[in-house]
Write a protein that binds this ligand. Structure first.
Ligand SMILES: [Zn+2]
Length: 147
């Protein structure tokens, strides 16, 4: 497991419970009001940093068959783990991170971890799973904001 130690941007948002961010546009407006420069293409890595989410890459994802996952560790600090093989295509990687940010904003007070596979990150595979459906919708809105 490797950790991105390239820079330590300032954390500008630390989630409190219960959640006060209900949608991706809530998050965008919040970050903009805190001085975060929001421009297209949306920089999901910088948003993750601003939310205190640590992103790591783990080749064990190959055998464990996940695309990405988010877990809430010591003191609730969120860690997103990406399977590098499943995220070589940059739009896929950005969508995976945006999906995990969705779990963080919407669901972190409901589950300790979410493990995402190709199936539950697809539109049809997520149809009956509210958490996955919401995280996918959040990701789509975050990556393609209206404004
Ligand atoms: Zn998910």
């Amino acid at each position: 497991m490797t950790s991105d130690t390239s820079s330590a941007s300032q954390v500008i948002y630390r989630k409190n419970e219960p959640s006060d961010l209900r949608t991706a546009s809530d998050l965008i407006h919040y970050l903009e009001s805190a001085g975060f420069e929001m421009s297209v293409p949306i920089n999901v890595d910088e948003i993750a940093k601003a939310l205190s989410i640590n992103i790591v890459y783990d080749f064990n994802g190959i055998k464990d068959d996940f695309v990405g996952k988010i877990e809430f560790g010591v003191n609730n600090w969120p860690v997103v783990t990406l399977n590098p093989i499943e995220n070589t295509y940059e739009p896929r990687r950005r969508f995976t991170i945006a999906h995990e940010i969705g779990h963080y904003c919407l669901h972190s007070n409901q589950h300790r971890r979410f493990i995402d596979t190709r199936k539950n990150m697809s539109r049809t595979g997520s149809y009956w799973d509210t958490y996955e459906y919401e995280a996918n919708a959040f990701a789509a809105e975050l990556l393609m904001p209206e404004s």
